[in-house]
Design a protein around this ligand. Structure first.
Ligand code: PEP
Ligand code: MN
Length: 297
């Protein structure tokens, strides 16, 4: 039997017993409708930063579905850095997301910022997104423990991996073990990118936790030109999927336009990604240790 994890991390993470990898629990799959996240498929979630209108969302849904995405993203409740920025359409946005699911069959992921909104968002969403600013909102995490929906937990922009797993443990202790971890870039001294994508976080998390791990290259990069190459990097290091911002006209987007891909760019990115996904799938079957730090799986 291979060692559970690199000895460097023994103890540091194993205290989070519901989310830590063990001999018995090696890898968990989060089921979202007919989609398995953390299984053999590489699952791409794509869509606009914010739901702006029915036309914008339905057009995007069709384009990302045709390019191979399985999940549609779109914020209806937006955490904005400025109080003057667009705050999202709220329930109207959720209704538009539901319509897009009916028309395309895509599953829906959308952000929840407050425990008060959990019930209404759970009526519409297939996956509840916890944003970077909310990773340590314990009231929210506990409420999500009681909702019967998978949760995508983004890493706080100044959070260590230990703190990320602590938040995951809180959700699991409150009753919900359907958790997907998301690396979305952290704050460092670097200013050329919006955040610094901590690519090593993926194999570390895969070594110490059984939960699926996905990468959000858009918020890490802050510029669209970096999104395809960071997505390929995510596939190579063994991520289970991506969360990518796509907009019909990024220059007109109400939020995060600089980092959003247009439809043609997203299509090209998905095509160029394919060999890297195949490489990951072959590695998983033949030499799984290539995809986790410490050579264990
Ligand atoms: C988003 O996904 O649009 C978002 C606000 O992301 P983050 O919480 O990572 O900043
Ligand atoms: Mn965004």
């Amino acid at each position: 039997m291979a060692a559970l994890m690199n000895p460097k991390w023994n103890g540091q993470f194993s205290c989070f017993d519901l989310v830590a990898k063990t001999d018995e629990r090696h890898r968990s799959v989060v089921q979202v409708r007919d989609i398995e996240i953390g299984g053999s498929d590489f699952v791409v979630m794509a869509g606009p930063c914010a739901v702006e209108s029915e036309t914008q969302l339905l057009q995007t849904a069709e384009a990302v579905a045709a390019a191979g995405a399985r999940v549609l993203r779109g914020g209806a409740y937006k955490p904005r850095s400025s109080p003057y920025a667009f705050q999202g359409l709220g329930v109207e946005g959720l209704k538009i997301l539901r319509k897009a699911r009916e028309e395309t069959g895509l599953a829906i992921i959308t952000e929840v910022m407050s425990e008060e909104d959990v019930d209404v968002i759970a009526e519409y969403a297939d996956i509840m997104q916890v944003g970077t600013r909310s990773m340590e909102n314990y009231a929210l995490l506990e409420a999500l423990g009681k909702c019967e929906r998978p949760v995508l937990l983004k890493r706080g922009m100044t959070a260590t991996l230990e703190e990320l797993l602590r938040s995951a443990q809180i959700i699991a202790m409150a009753g919900n073990s359907q958790i997907i971890l998301c690396e979305r870039g952290i704050r460092t001294f670097e200013t050329a990118t919006r955040n610094t994508l901590d690519i090593a976080a993926v194999p570390v998390l895969k070594a110490v936790s059984h939960l699926p791990v996905i990468v959000d290259p858009s918020h890490a990069a802050g510029v669209r030109s970096l999104v395809p190459v960071l997505s390929r990097a995510a596939a190579v290091v063994g991520a289970d999927g991506l969360l990518v911002e796509v907009h019909p006209a990024p220059e007109k987007a109400m939020s995060d336009g600089d980092q959003s891909l247009d439809f043609a760019e997203f299509r090209r990115m998905m095509t160029d990604l394919q060999p890297y996904i195949e490489l990951q799938q072959e590695s998983r079957q033949l030499r799984p240790q290539l995809l986790v730090a410490g050579g264990t799986d």
